[in-house]
Ligand binder design. Structure first.
Ligand code: GTP
Ligand code: MG
Length: 541
């Protein structure tokens, strides 16, 4: 096994101390929120601010303008929504930022959930006009469960919206996190002039650029200058900041890291206002990668030999090559392209010849990467979501939980001659986790069942079967709404009642499907010895 680390001029590779230093300058975070809050727009604004892209696409879906850098799929461009998460990596100040843009729609929450297993912090967007929506609350719950510190950004302050103090009350009441605003808006929602920086009392005044396509110039003014420049808006901001001092606390790093408080910033992603302040906050306050706990709960230190896990598999990113990309998050050690590592689930060697940094749809080869980095491995057909990779001392990270599906449909090929493409497409969608695929002897290979958390996943699967795998399909909805884990011994007892079926998932799990909770109750009460267990992540969803 070759695990040679990159060499320096004197012939030595990175030492554990080098790895610790590299990890310390990584920030890996996800942008999450309810649909349409501006995650993809903010992702692009962050990249623009770090000067990795020259111009923002600004509005996707508009004729003649390209989509945001992270929304690359045809369906995403057509609808102006994100369907899968996307990764960007760039340098800012002395830091390497790994940023994951997630889809906001509840139907794709499994994808968002997987991304949250791969990050050290989250940026939660709140729409200035809409406040906290149900989906936002669920994501907060996932962050809390995983111990991920959250930075809150109130976005779209350029548009009429709520009162800033009322929004803070809402964050506090509904999330249980104490908001500690770092900046406070000068100008009400819809009249965004800049922010009062509560850390130094100064005024960051923003200037709009045409269409928000370039970085918004920022002036730093003293309180006296601010008062002279914007007498009314500044006075109001100061008054509100005084009120805040009485109600919300000041930023406290330990309380933030332990999930008690959430620093708050005000922004307008589309005009690039407040974006630089956010990047600075991420660099200064968000945690660097720390040792990831293995299946026994023992953390593997960042300077241990290489380890990583697969949190996402995606194909069809590059129409010309039709390749398949497995995204790994590096947990420990040095990654060097070409090194041969061990694939945890099979124990087989895995050569990492084609490793790339991903930038939305674009990619470039990488030679070396460190803990916190997200790396794309090309044509890694052996890799599945949740798999551990390691070099040296073996490690297994806990598998990623899948959500309990709530919608089910039989999928059939519309063109029988295309059974090969049909099979390949189904396998691919399954290994990416686009849908769960359930099978049974009764239904046969020609008619597997797609199981999903939200119906839009069906649309994505159908679209990709036709356009990517050239195997158009028809879906026949099934009446089930509930899936429980069961075992072989319970099958006969379950299927004796109508409104039930037992099928097998590709991970070997037997799932009992029920049309309603009531039917499940009848089965359970009728035969108390049956195995019927809830699927793990259902409560998080
Ligand atoms: N006025 C205003 N509009 C914004 C701002 N940020 C985003 N938008 C608009 O809001 C819409 C949604 O933006 P996206 O960035 O696609 O939102 P998203 O959160 O990524 O959406 P999903 O990924 O589908 O959940 C687009 O029309 C954006 O142009 C902002 O700061 N101000
Ligand atoms: Mg988006």
């Amino acid at each position: 096994m070759t695990t040679t680390a990159p060499t320096r001029p004197d012939g030595t590779g990175p030492t554990p101390a080098d790895v610790v230093a590299e990890a310390a300058r990584r920030r890996t975070f996800a942008v999450i929120s309810h649909p349409d809050a501006g995650k993809s727009t903010l992702t692009e604004a962050l990249a623009l601010h770090a000067r990795v892209i020259g111009q923002a696409g600004a509005v996707h879906g508009k004729a003649g303008r390209r989509g945001t850098v992270s929304d690359w799929m045809d369906m995403e461009k057509a609808r102006g929504i994100s369907i899968t998460s996307a990764a960007l990596q760039f340098s800012y100040r002395d830091t390497v930022v790994n940023l994951l843009d997630t889809p906001g729609h509840a139907d794709f929450s499994e994808d968002t959930y997987r991304v949250l297993t791969a990050v050290d912090a989250a940026v939660m967007l709140v729409d200035a006009a809409k406040g906290l929506e149900t989906q936002t609350m669920k994501l907060f719950a996932v962050c809390r469960h995983r111990g991920i510190p959250v930075v809150t950004v109130v976005n779209k302050w350029d548009r009429p919206g709520r009162d800033a103090l009322a929004l803070m009350d809402e964050v506090a009441e509904r999330t249980g996190l104490t908001p500690t605003p770092l900046t406070w808006p000068v100008g009400i929602a819809g009249d965004f002039r800049g922010v009062l920086d509560r850390r130094d009392g100064g005024y960051r005044r923003y200037t709009r650029t045409a269409g928000g396509a370039t970085v918004a110039p920022e002036e730093l003014l003293s309180p006296a200058e601010a008062a002279a420049r914007e007498p009314d808006a500044w006075a109001r901001a100061c008054e509100e900041a005084d009120l805040l001092a009485a109600t919300s606390g000041e930023h406290d790093q330990d309380l933030f890291l332990s999930g008690v408080t959430t620093p708050v910033l005000f922004a307008s992603a589309i005009s690039n206002f407040g974006v630089g302040a956010l990047l600075d906050v991420l660099v200064d306050l968000a945690p660097a990668p720390a040792g990831r706990p293995d299946t026994d709960g023992t953390p593997r230190p960042v300077d241990a030999p290489f380890s990583a896990f697969v949190f996402k598999v995606q194909s069809g990113m590059d129409a010309a090559h039709r390749d398949r990309l497995a995204y790994i998050r590096i947990c420990s050690g040095v990654f060097e392209r070409g090194m041969v590592v061990t694939h945890g689930p099979t124990g087989r060697p895995f050569a990492t010849k084609y490793a790339q940094h991903v930038f939305g749809r674009e990619r470039e080869s990488i030679d070396v990467a460190y803990p916190g980095d997200v790396v794309g491995l090309v044509n890694a057909s052996a890799l599945h979501v949740g798999d551990t990779l390691y070099a040296g001392r073996p490690v297994a990270f806990p598998p990623l939980t899948t959500f309990a599906p709530e919608h089910f449909a039989v999928v059939r090929s519309l063109e029988t001659a295309k059974h090969k493409q049909f099979r390949r497409g189904i396998e691919q969608l399954e290994s990416e986790g686009v849908v769960q695929v359930l099978r049974s002897d009764r239904r046969g290979e020609q008619a597997p069942v797609f199981a999903v958390v939200g119906p839009m996943q069906f649309e994505v699967a159908t679209h990709r079967m036709e356009h990517e795998f050239h195997a158009p399909v028809r879906l026949e909805p099934l009446p089930y709404t509930l899936a429980m884990r069961t075992d072989e011994a319970s099958v006969a007892g379950i299927t004796a009642t109508t409104g039930t079926e037992v099928v097998q998932r590709s991970d070997g799990e037997l799932l009992a499907l029920f049309t309603t909770k009531w039917v499940m109750g009848v089965v359970r009460n009728g035969k108390p010895g049956l195995t019927l267990e809830p699927l793990v992540a259902a409560q998080l969803g």
